[in-house]
Design a protein around this ligand. Structure first.
Ligand SMILES: [Zn+2]
Length: 465
């Protein structure tokens, strides 16, 4: 009989289609067999005694260019239960897209603990869009454009947006659009500043949800004209979620993502913490937060990803000058389990779908990633559903000097994180090594929306939005 690398016994295997008691047999980096009562000789046998065994989580939204680089952010992600990361590669004006992508493939191959894919973030599509077909040839098929951040010189005008969507569509790729109306927000910011109002207290009011919905409508309209699949990252408001629901009725391939901070924090965090909680789109209110949970459960949003963008900020910093973003990838899985599954917003299979399968399908790496089936990569996380603990900065691995979740009591914890049959993190200790991650070429934007819908049981109707 074939000798296994691992036999994981006695777990409850959770995938998008359901959950069942099953042992997992792993050989040569893949799932060799799944079923009850497997008895095969193995190098290592692990009895997990009813713990959940999820397909490794996929974090499709990481920015590895601040205080955590590609190596650091993969390490943070792994500690939370993530086994595949997708990084945004910023391409500054004057830089060549294919060249910058090559350098990030090299950096990731050297430093990443986890398998990784890349998205291009185009800050100057006027000069960079013609390189999109070359990038697709390099295995990078998703490209982010910004309708916000006019002052930071990242905003794309409608002419370049239409042109770039057209080029992405012809190249067979997928667009990702940061959808907030940049110029309208900048006017509101100046107005409130001139009136002497507190920038932290008025932060959300300078970027209201309806300006998110406006930008989504505009991006989706042009994407439809171009025939370009569109992915909307970080949907943050009830108006935004409603726009996605309405726009998807056209049948156009419009995928949408929610982030853990918009699900678990409100603008109270901005009032309490100041600069560290400055994030774009902003933290909002319970109405928005609950609308996002409901939409995730109902199949109206497809992906949960972290928008990990850790910065060196502290509560005393000048809010108006502070950078956007926070450390998110390590806390994401537990916040989603604790805030989504344990509260009834999400079923366990829906969590597996929103945290793993849907990303794999949207970015075209399914079923190698995103599920536990015979032949899939043995990327998995053994999850103790009963562990209770408290998030503090000391429990975290980011180089950011704070966590927005300090003191939060949570339920659930990864016990073992495995990638291609190799242990990456066990009982909180890093076992994996730098450079064991491999670059994954993507084929983004091919999956139909129907494939992303909830499959594993019904959604608990505990909130009438
Ligand atoms: Zn963004």
């Amino acid at each position: 009989m074939r000798r296994l690398d691992w036999l994981i016994r006695g777990g409850t295997v959770v995938t998008a289609t359901g959950f069942r008691p099953a042992d997992v047999a792993v050989a040569e980096g893949r799932v060799l067999a799944l079923g009850e009562g497997l008895s095969m000789p193995a190098r290592e046998v692990l009895d997990v005694d009813g713990a959940y065994v999820f397909p490794g989580f996929i974090d499709a939204h990481i920015h590895p260019v601040y205080v955590d680089d590609m190596g650091d952010s993969s390490l943070c992600a792994a500690h939370g239960g993530v086994t595949t990361v997708m990084h945004f590669v910023p391409v500054e004006p004057g830089e060549s897209l294919p060249q910058v992508l090559r350098s990030f493939v090299d950096k990731g191959t050297e430093a990443s603990v986890l398998d990784f894919a890349l998205h291009g973030a185009l800050f100057d599509p006027a000069s960079q869009a013609e390189d999109i077909p070359a990038a697709v040839g390099q295995g990078v098929t998703s490209f982010k454009l910004f309708l916000s951040y006019a002052k930071l010189n990242r905003m794309t005008d409608d002419y370049q947006l239409m042109r770039t969507l057209d080029i992405i569509a012809s190249a067979g790729g997928m667009a990702m659009v940061h959808a907030e109306n940049g110029l309208a927000m900048e006017y509101l910011e100046s107005k409130f500043r001139d009136e002497g109002r507190d920038p932290a207290a008025t932060f959300e009011a300078t970027r209201p949800g309806i300006l998110e919905a406006e930008a989504m409508n505009r991006a989706a309209a042009m994407a439809q004209v171009a025939g370009c699949p569109l992915y909307l990252p970080h949907v943050s408001s009830h108006e935004g979620a409603a726009a996605v629901r309405r726009l998807r009725r056209t049948g156009h391939r419009l995928y949408a993502e929610a982030c853990p901070h918009h699900l678990t924090l409100t603008q109270q965090a901005v009032l309490d913490l100041g600069a560290p909680a400055k994030i774009g789109p902003p933290l909002r209110n319970d109405r928005d937060r609950l609308a996002l949970w409901r939409a995730l459960g109902a199949g109206e949003l497809d992906v949960i990803a972290s928008d990990h963008a850790p910065k060196d900020k502290s509560p005393g910093d000048d809010f108006s000058e502070a950078a956007y973003g926070a450390a998110q990838t390590e806390t994401m899985p537990v916040l989603i389990y604790d805030g989504g599954v344990a509260t009834g917003w999400l079923t366990l299979p829906r969590m597996a779908q929103l945290m793993s399968e849907n990303q794999a399908r949207i970015f075209g790496i399914y079923p190698q990633k995103g599920t536990l089936e015979v032949g899939s990569d043995a990327d998995l996380v053994v999850w103790d559903p009963a562990a209770q603990w408290t998030i503090t900065h000391g429990t975290q691995h980011s180089n950011a000097p704070y966590t927005l979740y300090e003191g939060r009591h949570v339920l659930g914890r990864p016990v073992l994180v495995m990638q291609r049959g190799e242990t990456v993190v066990r009982e909180g200790e890093l076992v994996g090594r730098t450079g064991q991650g491999r670059f994954l070429a993507t084929k983004a934007g091919k999956v139909e929306l129907a494939e992303l819908q909830p499959k594993g049981g019904t959604w608990p109707q505990n909130w009438k939005g």
